[in-house]
Design a protein around this ligand. Structure first.
Ligand code: ZN
Ligand code: ZN
Length: 154
């Protein structure tokens, strides 16, 4: 899905995005800059295919393999999160702040939800003698939209 302001934002933010890539030790190629820029503007948890489809018109040389490899690199460097829905579907998240996800099993939408229960600083969080470095909250259920649609039908 494209909004009209997208191309304009891409130009405005390009240098900022390049600086982020460089500071993570990633050489800021055109495709990498475009993909990180996209991830910082689309908090819809896109798949690699979604990103490829949306960016291909803007970056004609882009390939799906490049998108996959770039996302893998971003996840390694902590610039994106990957959320495994099932073995066939992985979604990506440009919001790297700690938050939970709720997958609606009816409409397939992945929602950001508050990270509950609120935990202490993960850098020092011990669990049964293990050091926690990352926490993922992943809920499945029925989203508010699907629930209200159901109410209206009955
Ligand atoms: Zn739903
Ligand atoms: Zn998210």
């Amino acid at each position: 899905m494209h909004c009209n302001c997208y191309k304009y934002n891409l130009v405005m933010q390009e240098q900022k995005i390049k600086d982020v890539l460089t500071s993570c030790g990633i050489s800021p190629s055109g495709p990498r800059t475009a993909i990180l820029s996209y991830m910082r503007e689309h908090f819809t948890h896109p798949t690699a295919e979604d990103i490829f489809r949306d960016l291909k018109p803007l970056v004609p040389t882009l390939s799906l393999t490049t998108v996959y490899n770039t996302l893998k690199l971003f996840v390694e460097k902590g610039l994106c999160l990957s959320i495994t829905i099932n073995e066939k579907m992985v979604r990506f998240d440009g919001n790297t702040m700690r938050h939970g996800h709720l997958l609606c099993t009816r409409c397939g939408t992945l929602y950001d939800v508050a990270p509950t229960p609120d935990t202490s600083d993960e850098a020092t969080w011990m669990l049964d003698g293990h050091l926690v470095s990352e926490v993922h909250y992943y809920y499945k259920g029925t989203c508010s939209k699907c629930l209200s649609a159901e109410t209206h039908m009955s």
